[in-house]
Design a protein around this ligand. Structure first.
Ligand code: ADP
Ligand code: MG
Length: 237
């Protein structure tokens, strides 16, 4: 059974409809990748899951329970964590202070355990834990934003374009960490990416979203060879 399921979703913002009959399943211990061009509705899909966008019809089911009409904070409390496109870190606070704020709901003994897990996975955050987050490089900030989501001990992690604007070396580093999250923590991950090829290489399952519609659902390797995919992405870096 899928941990997260989106069923026949129509959603948008107020009167602006963005998604049309979108269905998606995210399984336990799997990386689900949603690719699509700019403006396709990828962020809106995540916003619909986390309670930010307006849902007109359809359903979002998490861990066997409908979360469609729940407010954002209750969805978050159920274990759905999202790293937004811009990553929202507090630039004037240190790395560790950022993690503390993110994990404030956890009991103190769990915080320590959680932090050592995060620092193991992202040694750079340990090295820089007393530095102001604003002084980190783009790649390090993404790692911190992921670390902050993990500090909440989520049951699922939603990641919005976390490799965009990163130097190629950091793209690889960040995606390698995502694979480790799946393999070491067994965490299900939904990864939304405009830069599709790299993301599809680590995916267990793939979706292609175009103009608010799902155009492909299935094997990531097959999507890489799909005519519609090459039409959209050929020559696009
Ligand atoms: N907060 C918002 N309010 C109103 N319209 C929005 C908002 N966010 C995105 N949109 C619109 O929704 C459409 C899909 O955008 P988005 O989901 O961000 O696409 P993607 O993430 O695939 O680039 C775009 O037309 C965009 O202008
Ligand atoms: Mg987006």
């Amino acid at each position: 059974m899928a941990l997260l399921e989106v069923r026949n979703l129509y959603s948008g913002y107020g009167k602006l409809q963005v998604l049309f009959n979108v269905s998606l399943k995210a399984e336990e211990k799997r990386i689900t990748v949603v690719v699509g061009p700019n403006g396709a509705g990828k962020t809106t899909l995540l916003n619909s899951i986390t309670g930010i966008a307006t849902i007109y019809s359809g359903e979002v089911v998490f861990d066997g329970r409908p979360i469609t009409k729940l407010p954002r904070h209750s969805i978050a409390r159920q274990g759905v964590a999202c790293v937004p496109q811009m990553g929202n870190i507090f630039a004037n606070l240190t790395v560790e202070e950022n993690l503390r704020i993110a994990g404030y709901l956890l009991p103190e003994n769990e915080v320590r355990e959680r932090f050592s897990e995060i620092y193991d996975m992202f040694p750079v955050l340990n090295d820089f834990r007393h530095r102001k987050a604003g002084t980190l490089s783009g790649g390090e900030r993404r790692m911190l934003a992921i670390g902050m989501a993990l500090a909440r001990k989520p049951k699922i992690l939603l990641l919005d374009e976390i490799t965009t604007d990163l130097a190629p070396i950091y793209v690889k580093k960040v995606l390698d960490r995502i694979v480790e999250l799946r393999d070491n923590l067994g965490l299900p991950i939904v990864l939304v990416e405009q830069h599709a090829v790299r993301a599809l290489q680590i995916a267990d399952k793939a979706y292609l979203l175009v103009s608010g519609n799902v155009r492909y659902e299935g094997d990531p390797q097959e999507l890489l060879e799909h005519p519609e995919f090459s039409k959209l992405y050929l020559g696009v870096s």
